[in-house]
Write a protein that binds this ligand. Structure first.
Ligand code: SF4
Length: 487
């Protein structure tokens, strides 16, 4: 433990972002016209606050001030999350918002019965005939627009307003704008290295409990769960000694993973003979085995399958995992890749051979696709490398006290090309960097650095940046160091 502390101290000595986290107390937290407009336009009006904001009242007569309109949600649930509102002179409240054309949308869309909508503190509607007895407070905006609807439709309908208005950007946007491009990149790089070590520490901790190989498998499975299903995937990985016992072929492993995961379809499609034929084969095996695994089968409700693209379906990810598991040389190939410059590319190591079913079917209920679909896309390779494989290799090198390999892995980590863009990164670019385009984020490390800043600072503050020390740290860095850590 003393050695780990010493490593942390020396890392912080060379990484100003790590010192910022220590100063802010973030490190301890690591331990644990006519008719209504289209709804999309109404959302854009709300997002850009094209309202006469000083005269907003709910239908029950209370003054409502919009301290922050919240962030447009891209994942189902309420339309905006994290809004901060003040009703009359009451203390500000944070919560979610639902935008509906009509006040009766609340019941008509089933929001009143949906637990995901319990956090809604305001329903924003185009117009409402009168008071409502049920649901959250209601704000009608038809009479509160700051310009004619036709003008707003022109402005908001295209790309004219892709960024948050200046007043809704984070407080750090101004000092970050003052930094030169090299300084911004250095800041993101140092934050990314903090992230690499954090993930490495997590994998090392698991390795202490269950060994390095199991730690890697758990990391890979969690990553295959994407953001929606890391926990059922983690559980399946924890059960690996059970379901790998005596299984030698890909189809045997697929059967057990899908069976224990409770992801085998209970019924055939009756219209897609190839999918039905494959499912029958899996069920034939599973009938014989299910009693042996009954005590560890996952409840189907553990999976979040709604809204998942077929290409990302957990059935498909488990099929990929089965291929990896049958390849007894996979772990050593990954290890060799970590220490050898001329080893095959990681995507080649991880891409399984063509699969008799999965190369032409996205899920167990999909029709045969005309084009082959590899089980592993290039974007997923980046996720696996940045979140699991490079941190795991780094942790092993740290345990083996091999600074040269650690440095080589950090170099790979920092130079890895950028992964897929996503809504979290887009929102952060708008909030922190004033809508900076994607071109500035050419490496996956710059994306990881931005995610680390969100985690360290934005996640500990609110939409109006209360008590966030990041802006002052950036300003101090600019002044002192014209400076400190400046490349
Ligand atoms: S919470 Fe902090 S880091 Fe996040 S946008 Fe606001 S000032 Fe920036």
């Amino acid at each position: 433990m003393r050695r780990a502390k010493a490593i942390r101290v020396s890392f912080a000595a060379n990484n100003f972002y790590a010192r910022w986290r220590q100063q802010c107390g973030i490190v301890p937290a690591l331990h644990e016209g006519d008719g209504p407009p289209p709804e999309r336009l109404l959302q854009a009006i709300w997002q850009q606050q094209r309202l006469r904001r000083d005269r907003l009242r709910t239908l029950d007569g209370r003054v409502v001030r919009i301290l922050h309109p919240g962030f447009l949600s891209v994942e189902g649930g309420p339309d905006f999350c994290g809004a901060v509102l003040q009703f009359d002179d009451e203390p500000p409240v944070s919560g979610d918002l639902e935008v509906d054309l009509h006040v009766n949308g609340w019941k008509a869309h089933g929001h009143d019965r949906n637990p995901n909508f319990r956090t809604v503190i305001l329903q924003v509607v185009w117009s409402a005939p009168g008071k409502t007895a049920e649901g959250p407070p209601v704000l009608s905006v038809a009479e509160a627009l700051d310009a004619p609807l036709s003008e707003l439709a022109e402005w908001l309908g295209g790309d004219a307003a892709p960024t948050l208005p200046e007043e809704f950007r984070g407080r750090c946007a101004a000092p970050l704008r003052e930094l030169g491009e090299e300084q911004v990149q250095e800041l993101l790089r140092q934050a990314a290295l903090v992230r690499l070590r954090g993930k490495a520490a997590q994998l090392a901790a698991r390795a202490r409990e269950s060994g390095w190989e199991q730690s890697l498998w758990e990391g890979l499975f969690r990553a295959l769960g994407y953001k929606h299903n890391p926990w059922p995937m983690q559980r399946l990985a924890e059960l690996r000694p059970r379901w790998t016992y005596g299984a030698k072929t890909t189809v045997e492993l697929q059967t057990r993973l899908l069976g224990i995961g409770n992801l085998l379809p209970p019924e055939l499609t009756r219209s897609r003979p190839e999918a039905d034929g494959f499912v029958r084969r899996l069920w034939d095996r599973w009938w014989r085995e299910q009693n042996a695994f009954g005590d560890c089968q996952l409840p189907r409700s553990l999976w979040r399958l709604h809204g998942i693209r077929p290409i990302n379906h957990p059935q498909r990810r488990l099929a990929l995992a089965a291929h990896w598991l049958v390849d007894r040389k996979l772990i050593s190939a990954i290890e060799r890749w970590g220490v050898t410059e001329d080893a095959p590319r990681l995507s080649k190591i991880l891409q399984p051979p063509q699969d008799e079913f999965w190369t032409t079917h996205l899920t167990l209920r999909s029709a045969k696709s005309a084009r082959p679909q590899p089980l592993l896309g290039e974007a997923r390779v980046t996720d696996l490398a940045m979140n699991v494989i490079l941190p795991w290799l780094w942790a092993r090198a740290a345990e083996g006290r091999n600074p040269a390999i650690q440095a080589a892995i950090e170099k790979r980590y920092c130079e890895w090309p950028a992964g897929e863009d996503n809504s979290v990164l887009k929102r952060a670019r708008q909030r922190l960097l004033g809508g900076t385009g994607i071109k500035r984020f050419r490496t996956a490390a710059s994306q990881q650095g931005l995610l680390q800043i969100i985690r360290d600072f934005c996640d500990h503050s609110n939409a109006v940046c209360d008590h966030c020390r990041f802006p002052e740290l950036v300003r101090g860095w600019q002044v002192d160091g014209q400076a400190e850590g400046k490349p």
